[in-house]
Design a binder for this molecule. Structure first.
Ligand SMILES: C[S@@+](CC[C@H](N)C(=O)[O-])C[C@H]1O[C@@H](n2cnc3c(N)ncnc32)[C@H](O)[C@@H]1O
Length: 324
């Protein structure tokens, strides 16, 4: 009989990572998020998972499980945010409680006592405060008895049509002796025999109908400091959570470089990707429903971890459980 590992998921969002974990054979037994729109979207993807809506800081008890998943928020560490002074130190704990939600992860870790932990975050976390913050998290996990590894993974390598880079921390409890975790090898791209997925593969058949609403706000100055348009035969730029920062649809002419940090739109076919196109690029199933206004839809979808990451990262752990 198949032995399914049980997982508790924190900061679950609309369930991107969890869906991938479930596809890898993991049973998600508890999920949580503070955002009601993420919670209702989660229930359209993983309707059987018990979901607790609310601030994690107010949750007293977490169930025991084999795996703890936590993609804590990354607003303070995103590449864009790092251009502004970002002074994260112990002293800022009270001022920036959102950036210290990893402590909630540690609190849950003590209760859940999982064999494995999985954390996702933005690339900027590697360099925030010259790496101080990243080290602090890893030290915390080691202190709690876990062997820790981390790696920056590129979503295109796992079949996602998007150049999304994310850092993953994986921990294996020290008493798990017969398993050594290895990060998954790429399944797509150079040397794999399978080409990278591109925009045509995932949104080639979609059109922006009413339901496919997109952000129609005027393109702001910052938006035009970079190329935002990829061709049909390339993977997308990163799908972000803020509507007016979302990349452009590939139709029409490419953007033109006109000087340092300056790009120009050409022709008259230039629009943001719709939130549904963003969801497809993230690899989220087309039956996802997201309530709320357009900004909430883009936020929920842009915050998601592509399910392909969850699947690739959990596969070996799930296989191990079935061999023991
Ligand atoms: C990076 S997103 C999570 C992505 C998600 N795990 C996935 O796989 O698609 C971070 C999430 O943390 C949630 N969050 C932020 N502060 C929170 C808090 N205090 N308590 C619970 N959830 C919180 C946000 O609403 C957001 O959905």
């Amino acid at each position: 009989m198949l032995r399914k590992l049980k997982a508790v998921s924190l900061f679950s969002g609309c369930g991107g990572f969890d869906l991938g974990a479930q596809n890898a054979g993991v049973d998600i037994i508890w999920a949580n998020d503070i955002d009601p729109y993420a919670a209702s979207a989660y229930q359209t993807l993983l309707p059987k998972v018990p979901f607790t809506l609310g601030d994690i800081r107010k949750i007293k008890e977490f169930p025991e499980a084999d795996i703890l998943i936590g993609c804590y928020p990354c607003t303070g560490f995103s590449e864009a945010a790092r251009r502004r002074p970002c002074d994260l130190t112990e002293r800022d704990l009270r001022a920036n409680p959102g950036n210290f939600l990893y402590r909630e992860f540690l609190r849950a870790l003590r209760q859940v006592r999982p064999k494995f932990l999985f954390v996702e975050n933005v690339k900027g976390m590697l360099t925030a405060e010259q790496g101080w913050f990243f080290e602090k998290q890893k030290q915390g996990f080691r202190r709690h008895g876990y062997k820790i590894q981390s790696k920056l993974l590129l979503a295109t390598n796992y079949g996602v049509a998007q150049e999304r880079k994310r850092v993953f921390i994986v921990g294996v409890r020290k008493d798990v002796k017969d398993f050594v975790y290895e990060f998954p090898a790429p399944t797509h791209g150079t040397d794999t025999g399978t080409p990278f997925a591109v925009l045509r593969d995932v949104i080639g058949n979609m059109s922006a109908t009413d339901d496919d609403a997109y952000c129609k706000k005027e393109f702001h100055g910052h938006f035009l400091t970079r190329n935002r348009k990829r061709s049909w035969d390339e993977p997308s730029y990163t799908i972000v959570a803020h509507a007016s920062h979302v990349p452009l649809h590939p139709d029409g002419k490419p953007m033109k470089w006109v000087g340092k940090d300056k790009y120009m739109l050409q022709g008259n076919i230039n629009r943001h990707l719709s939130w549904r196109e963003c969801a497809a690029i993230q690899g989220l199933p087309s039956h996802i429903k997201v309530e709320g206004g357009l900004f909430a839809k883009y936020r929920v979808v842009g915050n998601a971890v592509p399910p392909a990451f969850g699947f690739a990262l959990l596969k070996s752990v799930s296989r191990w459980a079935n061999q023991t």
